[in-house]
Design a protein around this ligand. Sequence first.
Ligand code: GLP
Length: 233
Amino acid sequence: MKFIVVKNYKEMSRIASEIIIEDIKRKPKTVLGFATGKTPLGLYGELVKAYKKNKVDFSGIKTFNLDEYYPISKADKKSYFYYMHNNLFNKINVNPKNINLLDGETANPKKECERFESKIKQNPLDVQILGVGINGHIGFNEPYSLKNSKTRLVKLTKSTQKRNKTNKKALTMGVSTIMKAKKIILLACGKDKSKALECLMKCRPNNCCPVTLLKNHKNLVVIADKKAGDFDD
Ligand code: GLP
């Protein structure tokens, strides 16, 4: 694991964007896994800026998103469909045909999760961006998610429901889906993430704190701002 602590949120976002841009230059057909939440917003801003300055071409990439609330309409401003289009996809030259999101409108979540999982199998993730929940969740793999879990419908914990201001369930890539990515970039910022990062660094892999399961990954890069990364302070 590479653990990089940077001075602030801006640096975290800039470094993550540089890694992704380099990956796309090396492999224009990179398959990218995106995350949502507040943490990657700065990264998406940097990617849009780089695109506007002609520093990167997204036309060959494929994208998969980690998770989506369920049920939720695509037009709902709380949906991750809306978030991704509003913050990234509508501002870069990604081919809409290459965008893959879990469908929060589906009548058959089980089938939708199977479709998504098999599409990822056909298009293995080169890079997966992750944030982390204060309880250590990754995607919506809440505590006690199994390491061999696949894309599925889950119930959110009370603390996640409160923090995300929702009472919905969610569709999420499983831990094993995430672990199959060739590279994982985990972003964390702010003091309330330091416990989860401390657990990642100090605990053995365990499913009480799902982020620790990433320790078994061969190519994990953690980029944290000072507040999240200096947990010994
Ligand atoms: C959300 C998302 C995760 C995200 C995490 C942290 O619930 N499902 O993918 O990484 O929680 O969110 P934030 O970056 O807003 O702290």
